[in-house]
Design a protein around this ligand. Structure first.
Ligand code: CAA
Length: 283
């Protein structure tokens, strides 16, 4: 099927990055959020990040202007109804995601594909609450979206072949690379990445190394672009903890138990960059 118009629900860090890459690839994008301020902030972020691409010679000023013109915003979710593809990138809470899909339902065209950018919630369960589980998939982008090459494609148990093929073609048009995952807790990237981060927190908790020695060790010893504690701050410690809990509950294996120090930081409100404090102090 021909996907031309895309609705993005949620204008936060992931939603604005997703709108950015779709607009640059030539799609018409409608970005929805419940707060006007979030939509304004998202457009400013997209403008800034595209300008960075212009200044580094990745795109021309003309391409940037054309891409920005392809993005419209809406506080009314009903306006996303006539799109060909919906990408839900709202808060990582299952009840909120279910409510979003329910509020879209009366407005959707019959052919519209529904996707969620969830980093760990069951696609099969989210799909089962909609009127079109065969046209529902996990569509997991990595942060920062304009830079990261990978998109995880996660089939729910009922997802049909044409839906998968359509999303695979979208990933190709975005110039990104797809990795297919079956629908099990945290899929592939986060099943491997977040336990590594959790282990780094245990390494700190048990006094094996300091924050800087742990991060330096992985940056220079394993060529990671960021150390695991710096990356945890970047992702958000609350998100890391939530994903560990999904793994722990969903796979019932103690090897996924969240480190008590990670829990303590989240309880303190030390969530990483977004709260100005995590393993590092950004104040
Ligand atoms: N938009 C557009 N371009 C951006 C950008 C953004 N938001 N952020 C960085 N860039 C570009 C820069 O312009 C620069 O481009 P050039 O190579 O053309 O010069 C390039 O990215 C590198 O940026 P910087 O030089 O500013 O900084 P850096 O070299 O330190 O790289 C980084 C920054 C790309 C974030 C790098 O540190 C990195 O790759 N970190 C790891 C990120 C990662 O692992 N992400 C996955 C998180 S897990 C996840 O997302 C899944 C989940 O569900 C939790």
């Amino acid at each position: 099927m021909d996907i031309r118009r895309v609705g993005v629900v949620g204008a936060g860090q992931m939603g604005n990055g997703i709108a950015h890459v779709f607009a640059l690839a030539g799609y018409e994008v409608i970005l929805h959020d419940i707060a006007e301020a979030s939509l304004k902030a998202a457009l400013a972020t997209i403008d800034k990040n595209m300008e960075r691409q212009v200044s580094r010679g990745k795109i021309s000023a003309e391409v940037k202007a054309e891409a920005l013109a392809r993005i419209s915003t809406s506080l009314d979710i009903a306006l996303l109804g006539p799109t060909d593809l919906i990408i839900e990138a709202a808060t990582e809470k299952e009840d909120i995601k279910n409510k979003i899909f329910a509020s879209l339902a009366p407005h959707l065209a019959p052919h519209t594909i529904l996707t969620s950018n969830t980093s760990s919630i069951s696609i099969t369960r989210l799909a089962s609450r909609t009127d079109r589980p065969e046209k529902f998939m996990g569509f997991h982008f990595m942060n920062p979206v304009p830079v990261m090459q990978l998109v995880e494609l996660i089939r729910g148990i009922a997802t049909d072949g044409p839906t998968y093929d359509a999303l695979k073609a979208v990933v190709d048009r975005l110039g990104k690379t797809a990795s297919s995952s079956e629908d099990f807790p945290a899929f592939i990237v986060n099943r491997i990445l977040i336990p590594m981060i959790n282990e780094a927190v245990y390494t700190l908790y048990e006094g094996v190394g300091s924050v800087s020695s742990i991060d330096t060790a992985l940056k220079l010893g394993a060529n990671h672009p960021m150390g695991p504690l710096e990356l945890a701050d970047f992702i958000g410690l609350d998100t890391c903890l939530a994903i560990m809990n999904v793994l722990y509950d969903g796979l019932a294996d103690t090897k996924y138990r969240p480190c008590p120090l990670l829990t303590k930081y989240v309880e303190a409100g030390w969530l990483g960059r977004k709260s100005q404090r995590g393993f590092y102090d950004y104040r």
